[in-house]
Design a protein around this ligand. Sequence first.
Ligand code: CU
Length: 439
Amino acid sequence: MLLNRRKALAGAGGLMTALATGEAWAADAPRVRRAASSLSSADDDILAFAEGVKIMKRRSDALSWEAQNRLHAQRAEHGNWRFLPWHRLQVAHMERIIAQVTGHARFAMPYWDWQVDRFLPPWVLDPSSPLYERERDPAAETLDFQKARFAQSRDVARVSDDNFDAFCGRERAAGRVEAYGHNIIHMLVGGYMSSTRTAALDPVFWLHHCNVDRVWATWHQKNGDPVYPRPWKDVSMSGFTGPNGRQTGRWTASRITSTRGLGYGYDALYAPLVFALPPGALGGPPVSTSEVSLRVEADSADGSVRLALPPELLRQLREAPGRVTVEGEGVVAYERSENLTGRGIATSILADKGRVDLGVSPTFVHFGGGEGEAHEGHVGHADYAHVFTFDSAVVQLARLTTGPLAIVSTAQDLRPEEGRPPARAVSLEARLTVTEYAV
Ligand SMILES: [Cu+2]
């Protein structure tokens, strides 16, 4: 009884700290985070970032570089809908710490938008700079990230259309922003970045997560607060160190959906991306909408999972090809193990002669992490799952083929030279909304 009461009091105290910190940060004139490509090594933010890394690497206390990596290695949220708010908080805290230890009070973390900038900023490639990291994959130094493996995936960019589930993820599945664009960069930069245990040691981690945060800010601007479900809003996170070296207490997701609430903004958000066909674009008004929910447990020897689309659905797609749209979303889950690292989870819709690729998500497998006590079942040890989406391309595929169609997911081995056994899928589920329009 007494223990519970103590715990409750400690919790309340923590909440008040985070509220007070958040209010103080929000009251500042907002910091403006700028594009890495617009900043030279002589710009104030880059000088501060480099100096901050140098100072923090020399420290061994709560404001050290290693402490930030340890926090990320042990408590970062991946593979679930806490991913975006958790990393938003870590970058915002880091920004304040760098401002504090360097005296560059207005420091704002630069963002590296690899789809526009394409190459790593020159100031992280200079071996004499604290922003350099020799552990990176040497190929990353000259890599055009826009043309790199997996970066062409259709699932990388078109996230602004996503609903909450697809974008932010689910309670136990990574959203697309995490599974695709985010994971791809961790894999391509390589070295420390390729493991959750070491990723935050590379300064590029911060530039990258700053941009992931900007993708969220863009999506949030389009969708607004009503889009977040209550259970997500109540998610709480703690363990972050403020610029004074003390913990800032317990934060709730609902308070940080806007970057303003944390005292920063971006010089520019993403331009509106390609949007889906507006309703009615196919002709007359919609005459019917049906929803199909499918799920299958994996049982194939090669570790993959296959979900056949029901024949009556295919008949519907084939009978009214010009008048029907499909929106679909699903979750594919794999067994979490070391064997799943260094893989690319490829999901496609397969026909006898043809396929629609739904993207490849390089794995970024975390072990542990999260706040075990705060939610049941230790999300960090549950299956490794992510969301995928598909659209009316499946209608085209159905129209151009005659046989069965199936959604298939396999974990391709990115290190085939090791001759590892296949990684095992656990399940695949999908929900399709089929809308038929009048002629
Ligand atoms: Cu990351």
